[in-house]
Structure formats: C-alpha cells, structure tokens
Design a protein around this ligand. Structure first.
Ligand code: ASP
Length: 417
C-alpha cells in the first residue's frame, strides 16, 4: 500500500481512538512515546540535511550570478505568496468579524483561557525589536549553538557561503568537498526513507494524543474564529496555490497534491515544517521531479522563511484579538498588522506553536496586552496542524515554480500531460 494511504489510515484511526479514550491515563504516555520517537527521528536529520542540501545545491550552480538569480527569485516568490496569504486572511477576518458578537467586542464573553502562564513566559519582553533580531540571527556568533538551538536562518546563511566559497577551492580538495557533501546528502535522503517507514505509527501517536487531550469541545465559543482561519487557509491552499502551479509553473495541481501528499500529511501530524523538511525534499525530488539543484536550495530556505499559513494565521489571530478587545481597527493599524505578520512569519521557527510568539509581537506593536494570546490557545493546536500543511505546500509549489523558471523540463506533473 502506498505511504500516503497508510498515513491517512493512521490519521483516521488516531482520530477515532483519540476521541474514545479518556483524556488521561497510560495510553497518553504511550501515544506520546510513539509520537515523540517519530518526531525526534525526523528532527535528528534536520541539521545535517539542511547543511548538506544547501551546500550541494549551491556548489552545483554555475557561479555567483546563478546563485544571485536563484536567491532573488526564491525570496521574491516567498515574499509575494506570504503577502497574498496575509491579504486573504485580512479579507476573510474583516468579512466574518469573529471577534465581535452582535456588533460588540466579544472579549468578555470569550473569556481568557486559563493556561496562559506558559505562553506568557515565552513571549514576555518580546516586541517590535524582535523583528530587528531576525537580521542578527542571519549571522549567529556560534554556528554550533545556533544549530543546537534550532535557529536555522544562521545555518542557512553559513551553508550558502560555504557552498559558494567551496567552488573556489581548486583541484582535489575542491572535488573532495563536493563528493563529501554529496555523499552526506544522499545518506540523509536514505535515512529519511527509512524513518518514513514508521511514519504511519508515529502519526498515529502524535494525532491520537492531540485528539484525546484537546478534543473538539474547546472549539465551541471560538467556532467563528476557527472557521474563519480554515476558510482563509483553504482559499490559499485550494485557489492561490493551484493558480500558481497552473499559470506560472504549468503543472497539474491535482498531480502535485498527490505527489506532495506524504509531506502534507506529515506536516499536518507533526505541526512542524522543519521536522517535515526531509519528507518535503524527498517528495519534491522523487515524486514531483524537481532537480536536486533547485530543491536543495529552495526548500530548506522555504521551511525557515516561507510560512504562508503562519503569516495568514498571525494576521487573522491578531485581528480577531483586536476585534475582541474592541480596538479601533483603522487602516493604519491593519497595515501595521500586515507588515508585522509578514516580517515575523519570516523569523519564526518551523516548530509547533511558533506563531504564538509572533502574535505576541504583533499585539505589543499595536498596543494590546500580551494576555490577548490566551483567547486563541484552546484552538491553536489544531489550527497549527492545518497552517503547517499550508506552509509546506507553499514551499513545494515554490520549488516547482522556480524549477520551471530555471527551464527544468523534468517535472513529472506537467499540466499538459
Ligand atoms: N508550526 C508552524 C510550522 O512549523 C509554525 C507556526 O505557525 O506555529 O510551520
């Protein structure tokens, strides 16, 4: 049976089992063990995979100009799609206005969630200055420490520089470098394949735990917000992305969804685009036919800086909280929200619940108390699964779009076929 079917069956089984078992007991520990084992195994690949894939990708480029062109295109695509996603979110949240009930701010009626303490600790002291922090994170003083702390941006910059300068090493040392990193990369891809064999079991553990503990009861008072986010995410995933695929990449979107299904399901189950990166790379190369040169550069960068679903969610959540507090949402304020959502979506890590920190930053920027984040906690976990899938899909679309613009003809999913 194909892997995506296995994962899908595991997802459905997890939803059923998770909703029938009580929310605490030994089974939660068992789900946690299975899920964490799978997640750890994927995370274990990230640092060597990012380094080797970027170095191999950059070394394969014909020179500095090609690197500049590829980098420019990639960033342009990432910024453009994130902005489109945010604007979709802004439109839908203004239309449905989930933060108001009968025209009045819904803050009091929604009440603040009890579990704010932990999140508050994480976002306390964050502010607009954090956006500037992104620039500093590009050059971490200690690359090993940055890698250990999961700050991938620094690792990416280092790897790009390394790959670029490695091409200037003449003779045998240069060849050895190329072969070595190429070998590391291939081993990482094989290791991904191996780990994905246990994906159905891992996914079962991850999702059963979420369903058993979160359940669907929490959605109740936040239903309109929940639906607003889902509609906006769906519009981006099912309208904007296919349009990109058809019009720009001339690729059949349905075939692309199918090709990317293992990555989408992994993203959905793990809520982490970084942990999904090995699977995304594998799917884009072996199932969507994008060359290693393009995907190994575009995707690691995308997993870190391109988060359409996250950007959209940040905008909708901040607008929702502002509506619930009765803040006057002038055009100026909305502009600030859009801009901060765009910048912070670049800076947040591809890990579960990373958006919460970014939303905290937006709230302080527009003058709202950080506690506002408490309003959305109850539904954040499930929405995280959905936005992460959108993040990963946009990365994969970017890889195909850029591959086509580089003249690649090997795409398996040509719209005309
Ligand atoms: N979980 C998301 C990701 O990894 C980030 C977020 O929006 O919290 O892509």
């Amino acid at each position: 049976m194909k892997l995506h079917w296995q994962i899908l069956i595991a997802l459905v089984a997890a939803a059923i089992v998770g909703s029938v078992v009580p929310e605490s007991g030994w089974w939660i520990d068992a789900f946690d063990l299975i899920g964490s084992f799978f997640l750890n195994a994927l995370k274990m690949l990230i640092v060597p995979l990012i380094m080797s894939s970027i170095i191999v990708g950059v070394m394969g480029l014909p020179g500095g100009r090609a690197l500049g062109r590829l980098g420019g295109k990639t960033l342009a695509y990432y910024l453009a799609t994130s902005l489109i996603a945010i604007l979709i979110g802004l439109f839908v949240v203004n239309l449905l206005s989930p933060g108001t009930i009968d025209g009045a701010p819904a803050g009091d009626r929604l009440g603040l969630d009890a579990g704010t303490g932990q999140v508050m600790e994480r976002i306390e002291g964050r502010g607009a200055g954090d956006v500037i922090g992104i620039i500093l994170r590009l050059v971490p003083p200690n690359i090993v420490e940055a890698a250990a702390a999961g700050q991938m941006l620094g690792l990416i910059v280092f790897s790009i520089l390394f790959g670029f300068l490695a091409t200037r090493v003449p003779g045998r040392p240069g060849e050895v470098l190329k072969d070595f990193w190429d070998g590391v990369y291939q081993v990482m891809l094989h290791m991904t394949d191996l780990i994905m064999r246990i994906a159905p079991i891992g996914v079962f553990g991850l999702v059963a735990e979420v369903v058993a503990q979160t359940g669907f009861d929490a959605v109740g008072p936040l239903l309109v917000f929940f639906v607003t986010v889902l509609i906006a995410l769906a519009a981006h995933l099912l309208i904007v992305m296919p349009l990109m695929l058809v019009l720009v990449a001339r690729v059949n979107p349905v075939k692309h969804y199918v090709a990317m299904s293992p990555a989408l399901l992994t993203a959905f189950s793990t809520s982490s685009s970084s942990a999904t990166l090995p699977v995304t790379l594998d799917c884009v190369e072996s199932r969507a036919g994008v060359s290693n040169r393009t995907s190994s550069f575009v995707l690691p960068l995308g997993a870190t800086v391109n988060m359409d679903g996250t950007a959209l969610y940040e905008c909708v959540a901040a607008m929702f909280i502002a509506q619930a507090y009765g803040l006057d949402l002038t055009l100026g304020t909305q502009f600030v929200i859009v801009l901060t959502a765009l910048l912070t979506s670049i800076g947040v890590a591809g890990i579960p619940s990373a958006s919460l920190v970014a939303i905290g930053v937006i709230l302080t920027t527009i003058g709202l108390p950080l506690e506002g984040v408490g309003l959305i906690l109850a539904v954040d976990r499930v929405l995280d699964m959905c936005r992460t899938a959108v993040n990963v899909f946009s990365d994969s679309t970017g890889a195909v779009v850029i591959a086509r613009s580089e003249g690649e003809q090997t795409l398996l999913v040509d719209a005309r076929s």
